[in-house]
Design a protein around this ligand. Structure first.
Ligand SMILES: [Zn+2]
Length: 379
């Protein structure tokens, strides 16, 4: 080969390699995205019934300001402003508290766990608190030996780590959590994707003026939950900024305030925290549906780690609290060619938290089959 023709051959080879790279890149971009949201210990009762009349009316829980709660979250079509329900008043209450989850997701997507309609979702683990719940969501394995929130790094592979190993999702997975336990729950060291939790700052992996500002605010912020958990606003703003700038394909955001305010018996703050999470998810979904690569190519899962008690027992959860195993979840996806169309929602359905990990993978066209037992996908 002459020098000229060998240079030409080299040039051609580079073109072919670049072309193949582009094809591979496009294939990756076409793989569907997944956003997972959890709001800790938020009850199915409020998701499907809106604000609870008795709790909002109870001085122990409304902190002397029932007017605030009734103005904001009660339905005007409730008969005589009383606790007596009409079908409309339930729908109105739900829409006031959680407009995105109950209206947008409830109509365009699927909501599971409405026990008023005999649609049931429960955790399969026997503990009914956070680490066991998040472990079950992400590993699909309700391992009963995971029995403490102080449990060391999770020995079981989670579905996010599995996705991180797939070509289309490599280095495109990230998790944000308000509570500082996710480094352990998702075993950051073993999983190979970043987990930004508690008072960790996004600036550790994405240093710029915006993340430095958020870091400073995080440091200076009010810390009602001490060093274990930051306010949800910081988790959300860091996640949203990362999504817009780094374009992950799989992102998990864990909000924590719903559980914290419930433990304190503060029903106003509990509802306000959930209402804010709903607004944030609506905002994320607006971004998704107006951004090429995400629009009509993104699945959204919203759920919680555990339920809580009934009536006055609403503040607490754990194996000794009746009803605290009952949870809910919601799904949304592309409107066309969505795998959600294959999912059936029926009366007398009983689903479990342990089915979510394999379901997430299946929505993306993948099979999560780790070394440990897992719940079957819901479709
Ligand atoms: Zn709790």
């Amino acid at each position: 080969m002459s020098q000229k023709s060998s240079i030409f051959a080299l040039f051609l080879a580079i073109l072919i390699i670049q072309h193949n790279d582009l094809n591979a890149q496009n294939a990756h971009n076409e793989a569907p995205n997944l956003i997972i949201i959890t709001t800790d210990g938020f009850r199915w009762q409020e998701v499907f019934n809106g604000m609870d009349f008795a709790l909002a009316n109870d001085k122990k829980f409304n902190h002397g300001d029932s007017a605030y709660l009734f103005n904001k979250y009660w339905s005007n079509s409730s008969i005589g402003g009383s606790s007596i329900d009409s079908a409309n008043s339930v729908l109105e209450r739900r829409a006031k508290l959680l407009p995105f989850i109950t209206q947008t997701m409830g109509k365009k997507g699927l909501l599971f766990g409405n026990r008023f309609k005999e649609n049931k979702v429960d955790v399969a683990n026997p503990h009914w608190f956070s680490y066991p719940g998040y472990n079950e969501i992400f590993t699909g394995y309700p391992d009963s030996t995971i029995n403490s929130n102080n449990y060391p790094p999770n020995p079981h592979e989670n579905v996010l780590a599995f996705l991180q190993k797939q070509k289309a999702y490599q280095n495109k997975v990230i998790a944000f959590g308000a509570w500082d336990a996710y480094n352990r729950i998702l075993n950051e060291a073993a999983s190979g994707f970043p987990v930004i939790n508690g008072f960790e700052s996004l600036s550790s992996i994405l240093p710029d003026s915006q993340t430095k500002m958020l870091e400073q605010m995080l440091k200076d912020s009010y810390k009602p939950f001490k060093e274990a958990e930051c306010l949800d606003v910081f988790t959300h703003q860091q996640a949203k900024y990362y999504l817009a700038t780094k374009r992950p394909k799989v992102m998990y955001i864990s909000y924590g305030e719903t559980d914290e305010w419930a433990h304190e018996g503060n029903y106003s703050a509990y509802l306000d925290a959930a209402h804010q999470v709903d607004a944030w998810v609506a905002d994320l979904w607006r971004w998704v549906q107006s951004t090429p690569g995400y629009k009509d190519n993104t699945y959204l899962l919203i759920t919680t780690d555990h339920g809580r008690g009934f009536g006055e027992g609403w503040t607490d959860h754990g194996a000794d609290v009746k009803g605290a195993s009952s949870i809910w979840f919601g799904l949304m996806g592309p409107e066309i060619k969505s795998n959600l169309n294959k999912i059936k929602q029926t009366a007398n359905q009983q689903l479990y938290q342990k089915q979510l990990a394999t379901t997430m993978a299946k929505l993306l066209g993948l099979q999560f089959a780790p070394a440990h037992p897992v719940g079957a996908p819901i479709y």
